[in-house]
Design a protein around this ligand. Structure first.
Ligand code: ADP
Ligand code: MG
Length: 672
């Protein structure tokens, strides 16, 4: 046995001492097997080493340990003097990325990516900007004779070509140490010879090559041949290349051709060097490709999200539409309004009299804010030669407040003017147009109402068609007391009284208080009636509200169901793409890179689903509007649904992404 270690100077690049690897045993339920039985091995920079042994002798296990894809069960591994056992996951990823380049028997190319993209991949994780990345990948492929095949996918390449692509990938980040596991195993003898020639060339260029093979004749082409049997090194001899080199050495040409040195391993937990945005863009690009390749599955997942978003948008719009409808029904009167008037008691007898004293007593009640008596009838109103039957509304100065209605021009009469029986009139918008079509400012003109003259002091603003009270625009408004004195002389009491409770929560209390006071004042006879429309409207509003909440809940559930769909697909994707994850880890992806990639994919699906859902929701809404369903789109609901959809993707995508990131590189590569 000839050890090569003494022939090389300096500390070894790789130093293994007493490496053992056990599988199974413990609580795994599998019988314990020991695959490596104490391996001691030094490899120096620039060596071309072949590890040869029959199938099952532990070569691949050894290579996985050398390449930091796997950890030994016992023993120590020093890389450039540093103990690998002490490195964290990110530092190991750094080693795989910067120091090693893997070439596998099965090539391990990502099937959905082109030759050039496969070669670029290791540089994505070092943060090399895209133009340089593409340039270098293409230069490498050109050098390996694949200049014509840059855009081909792996299944459009022969085995030999695929292996050259994987060699180019190994070289992408420098490939200081090339670990090749049976690189010629799946190739015909011609392609195999080509690959071997390539490896010899790389060795000559200064790369450290560790070649694993079961084929003695392949191994012999290396500089140093290590023989392994049943997990033990049984031979370490000079290969043919070594003898050639020795001869060259004898001729005195010198054989040490150091490649640029491997940089020191950065401090543990080294963060990503790639700009976040570039990495996200890269993840989005590959996610987009994955979605396109699995169109049917993607569209089914999208459907879940789209239905969720559409239902949130449409249901909330319907809920809001129903609510608005109720508000409209309330008109502009608000929800704190009660009506009261005299009527015959149900037990028979004459109707009651609502007196001024009754109203004064009601005004004293703490539950009541305003008491507005109203008398109104169509009366002939005249200006010059024009006359018309007009509804003359006689009430207190509180009318604009009770009706939430603004005076457009001039002013409303005051309580003092009302008490003084002042002959003043305020016109509705249409009444103004009727009597004074050519007079924009009718203030100061005299209208004859019945047989008395009234001075115009104001014009109300237009209520419009959608207020639910547009006929108010036709009326004229006069003070209650002067109305009784000058127009409605025969009237002994108000037609009805509008009562406003202090708040809409207190309408029922106000109703009870009114009843109590009037019963007391009317000697216990219920010769009056109280209309509580507010309570009815409130009850209706409450029903609509609970309906809207229910619709919202249904919508939310469908969004969650959509999210579970995303999770399901992502879990399937992770399972399907275990090998791809393994490959990415072998070329140096950190756990965070894998996590980010899968999260990006999940959120891309939901982002697209959210956009489509938004548009579809609007479309469905338009159709419903055409069908006369009252609905009101809310920007808040749309933004909310969209944000929820994307969040759903992130939340439900996180678990699968975490699963992917936690995969063990060796097991992932094996596709387990
Ligand atoms: P080689 O590459 O030399 O053919 P391997 O290193 O792949 O051999 O495997 C060596 C031995 O270890 C084989 O007997 C194999 O069955 C066993 N082995 C490899 N991986 C595992 C594993 N994950 N669990 C249990 N046994 C394993
Ligand atoms: Mg093997």
């Amino acid at each position: 046995m000839v050890s090569m270690a003494e022939s090389c100077e300096g500390p070894p690049l790789i130093a293994l001492r007493g490496i053992r690897k056990h599988y199974g045993g413990g609580d795994s339920g599998q019988p314990a097997v020991t695959v490596l039985h104490g391996i001691d091995l030094d490899i120096h920079a620039g060596e071309f080493v072949a590890v040869v042994g029959s199938s099952g002798s532990g070569k691949s296990t050894l290579m996985n340990i050398l390449g930091c894809l796997d950890r030994p069960s016992e023993g120590s591994y020093h890389f450039q003097g540093q103990d690998v056992a002490r490195l964290d996951a990110d530092a190991l990823a750094w080693l795989r990325r910067e120091a090693f380049g893997f070439v596998f028997q099965g090539y391990h190319l990502i099937a959905s990516e082109s030759a050039s993209e496969n070669v670029e991949m290791p540089a994505i994780y070092t943060g090399l900007p895209k133009p340089q990345r593409v340039q270098r990948a293409q230069a490498l492929l050109q050098r390996l004779g694949l200049g014509e095949r840059l855009g081909n996918r792996p299944n459009q390449l022969s085995g030999g070509q695929q292996q050259r692509v994987s060699i180019a990938r190994a070289l992408m980040n420098g490939g200081h140490i090339i670990l090749a596991d049976e690189p010629t195993g799946a190739l015909d003898s011609h392609s195999g010879a080509e690959v071997m020639a390539l490896l010899r060339e790389l060795a000559a260029a200064g790369h450290t090559i560790i070649l694993i093979t079961h084929d003695r004749s392949v191994a012999d082409q290396a500089q140093r041949v290590i023989e392994i049997r049943d997990g033990r090194i049984i031979g370490d001899s000079v290969g043919q290349l070594g003898q050639d080199a020795a001869q060259t050495d004898a001729k005195g040409s010198g054989s040490e051709r150091p490649l640029s040195a491997i940089p020191a391993i950065p401090a543990q937990g080294s963060a990503s060097t790639a700009p976040l945005l570039a990495e996200l863009a890269e993840a989005a690009r590959s996610a987009w490709r994955g979605m396109r390749l699995n169109r049917v599955r993607t569209s089914l997942t999208l459907l879940g999200i789209v239905i969720g978003v559409v239902s949130v948008i449409v249901m909330l719009a319907i809920g809001e539409g129903a609510r608005r409808k109720v508000v409209e029904q309330m008109g502009t009167m608000g929800t704190a309004i009660l009506y009261m008037g005299s009527q015959s008691p149900s037990t028979g007898g004459p109707a009651g009299q609502i007196t001024e004293e009754d109203l004064a007593a009601l005004r004293e009640l703490p539950e009541i804010r305003r008491v507005m008596p109203v008398i109104g009838d169509p009366i002939t109103v005249r200006y010059g030669n024009a006359d018309k039957q007009i509804y003359v509304f006689a009430s207190s100065e509180e009318m604009p407040l009770v009706h939430h209605w603004k005076v457009g021009q001039g002013r409303y009469y005051t309580d003092a003017e009302d008490q003084d029986l002042a002959p003043l009139v305020v016109l509705g918008h249409k009444a103004h147009q009727h009597f004074f079509p050519d007079t924009p400012n009718p203030l100061g003109r005299q209208l004859v109402i019945g047989s008395s003259a009234f001075e115009v002091i104001g014009v109300m603003s237009e209520r419009g068609a959608d207020s639910g009270a547009q006929n108010y625009d036709d009326m004229v408004f006069i003070p209650y007391q002067s109305g009784r004195a000058r127009v409605y002389q025969a009237q002994t009491q108000p037609d009805y009284v509008v009562i406003e409770a202090v708040s809409s929560d207190l309408v029922n209390e106000a109703e009870a208080a009114i009843r109590r006071v009037l019963l007391e004042r009317h000697g216990g006879r219920e010769d009056f009636g109280i209309g509580n429309a507010a309570a009815r409207i409130q009850a209706e509003a409450a029903t609509r509200k609970s309906m809207a909440v229910m619709l919202g809940l249904i919508a939310a559930v469908s969004l969650v169901v959509g999210g579970i769909g995303v999770m399901n697909v992502m879990l399937m994707t992770v399972r399907e793409r275990t090998r791809e994850i393994g490959i990415r880890m072998a070329v140096g992806a950190r756990q965070s890179d894998i996590l980010r990639q899968f999260l990006t994919e999940a959120s891309l699906v939901t982002l697209v689903g959210g956009c489509v859902g938004l548009l579809a929701g609007l479309a469905v809404g338009m159709v419903l509007l055409v069908l006369d369903v009252p609905l009101v789109f809310s920007v808040r609901a749309m933004v909310g649904a969209f944000v929820c959809a994307v969040l759903t993707g992130l939340i439900f995508g996180y678990m699968p992404a975490k699963t992917a990131a936690r995969l063990d590189p060796v097991r992932a590569l094996a596709g387990e």
